[in-house]
Ligand binder design. Structure first.
Ligand code: X6L
Ligand code: MG
Ligand code: MG
Length: 156
């Protein structure tokens, strides 16, 4: 497990079922205690209206960034495992969920495999991703070409 190369990762986290704040804090704690993750930073929590499928409760959304030696696939296994620990059930597409963790950036890499598309293909359209991401994306953080978060803030 875990290669040598350290990458800066940005995750989007959302919850709109159960104790939303506790679910997000659970995810942050799980990430923080992973031995292959360091320098974790948390954005503020934002209450947001549902997008995509609107007949569901409001979300709490945030982002976290950290350094990791996990590969993208290992990171996806970790985040899916945390979603499952939080009793995520996949019933309705885009429907309510206790916990959703999406990988937005993995360094400046563009990844397209059956399991993973990074950068997340629709992050630029979503205020609930951009606004918290903006709190964490410093000038010196490497991101994929065309993916400078700060350039998209004016649209939301
Ligand atoms: C047309 C068709 C326009 C579909 C937009 C947008 C679908 C976003 C899915 C869309 C479309 C999504 C969250 C959410 C979801 C969240 C808030 C999704 C997946 N996740 N709304 N809706 N926060 N506020 O985390 O992002 S479902
Ligand atoms: Mg999502
Ligand atoms: Mg997801």
């Amino acid at each position: 497990m875990s290669g040598q190369d350290e990458k800066t990762v940005l995750l989007s986290i959302g919850s709109n079922m159960g104790d939303r704040k506790a679910n997000i804090e659970f995810a942050e704690k799980r990430l923080e205690e992973c031995p292959f993750i360091s320098s974790l930073r948390k954005a503020s929590l934002y209450e947001t209206e549902p997008v995509g499928y609107t007949d569901q409760p409001d979300f709490l959304n945030t982002c976290v960034s950290f350094m990791t030696t996990l590969t993208p696939d290992e990171l996806l296994d970790l985040t899916s495992g945390i979603e499952n620990e939080c009793h995520r059930k996949r019933i309705i597409r885009w429907g309510p969920r206790t916990l959703d963790i999406d990988i937005i950036f993995y360094g400046d890499q563009q990844i397209d495999t059956p399991r993973l598309t990074i950068p997340h293909p629709r992050w630029k359209e979503r205020a609930f991703v951009i606004v918290p991401a903006k709190e964490l994306m410093d000038l010196d953080v490497p991101v994929p070409e065309g993916s400078d978060v700060r350039l998209f803030l004016s649209r939301v």
